[in-house]
Design a protein around this ligand. Structure first.
Ligand SMILES: [Zn+2]
Length: 303
């Protein structure tokens, strides 16, 4: 009985031992696993720290790169800006030179005779012919007009003047414009036949040579058609005195002038700038010195 009991006891002990070992093993195993997990976590954490560190490094590199790029960009921009400024200075200089060249070119192609003062000692050459002549359109001419050609570049100014007069209620007409030297001589001969030696004060060479320029003309009105005498008493004459300069026209021989007999109908195109200056200074073309007048040649056809 005792033996059985002991056996049982032994068995029991063995059982306990086995259970104990099993429990120990299990605990060890759990510990081991737990330790493994812990280790894994630690490893992952370490790895994460490393990769985090690397990422931060990379981010920093990217930031540096961005900063560098930005500073490069801004220095490129400032270089570009400097170049632009240089370019704009060059452009200004270039356009200045172009303007000067343009003015010189304009001056070289502008007939200097157009602003010359004529007198007994300085007169237009008998072979002189204007650069280009155009016909004054019929609506701007008097019905009985003769010699109705005008310098092509000055014609628009004449038309504007007559149009403006019409708008203001006066009826100005071109009566006689361009006359060649031959026409002029014939006319003078005719005057001589009619007036004898008196023709010298009525039709002196220097006075009428302005007609040979193509920029001088005699005006009349549609009311007095062809009759020049008495023109100074017409509203058309008054209008011309007040407004002619705006279109570049001046009276060559005003009342009481020292050069020639009063010719209220005889006007000459000298350009808007010069005509305006003379009007403002209450001067006449032949009062101004030639040197001053010549400064206006380059802009004679400017509006
Ligand atoms: Zn005339």
């Amino acid at each position: 009985m005792k033996a059985i009991f002991n056996k049982f006891l032994n068995l029991n002990n063995l059982g306990f031992l086995i259970i104990g070992i099993a429990v120990f093993g299990l605990i060890s195993y759990i510990n081991y696993r737990f330790y493994g997990v812990e280790k894994m976590i630690a490893q992952s954490e370490a790895q994460m720290a490393v990769s985090n560190n690397q990422n931060q490094k990379k981010i920093k590199e990217i930031y540096d790169l961005i900063n560098n790029t930005q500073s490069t960009q801004s220095s490129i921009a400032s270089v570009l800006e400097q170049e632009k400024q240089k370019n704009s200075i060059l452009n200004d200089q270039f356009s200045e030179i172009t303007n000067t060249v343009g003015a010189l070119e304009k001056l070289s192609t502008t007939d200097p005779e157009l602003l010359k003062k004529y007198s007994k000692v300085y007169f237009l050459n008998e072979h002189y012919i204007p650069v280009s002549l155009a016909e004054v359109p019929a609506e701007y001419r008097d019905e009985q007009s003769v010699n109705y050609q005008f310098l092509t570049d000055a014609l628009p100014f004449l038309q504007e003047l007559i149009d403006a007069g019409n708008s203001d209620g006066v009826s100005i007409k071109a009566f006689s414009a361009y006359r060649s030297f031959a026409t002029q001589s014939t006319l003078k001969d005719a005057y001589k036949v009619a007036y004898g030696s008196g023709a010298n004060t009525f039709s002196a060479d220097q006075g009428y040579s302005e007609h040979q320029l193509g920029t001088a003309l005699d005006f009349t009105t549609s009311k007095t058609s062809g009759i020049l005498v008495g023109f100074s008493h017409t509203p058309e004459y008054k209008w011309l005195v007040d407004n002619g300069y705006k279109y570049g026209f001046v009276i060559s021989y005003p009342d009481g002038n020292a050069y020639y007999k009063f010719e209220p109908w005889h006007w000459r195109f000298v350009g808007v700038a010069l005509a305006t200056r003379l009007h403002e200074e209450n001067k006449y073309f032949y009062d101004e010195d030639q040197r001053t007048i010549d400064n206006y040649l380059v802009n004679i056809f400017d509006k």
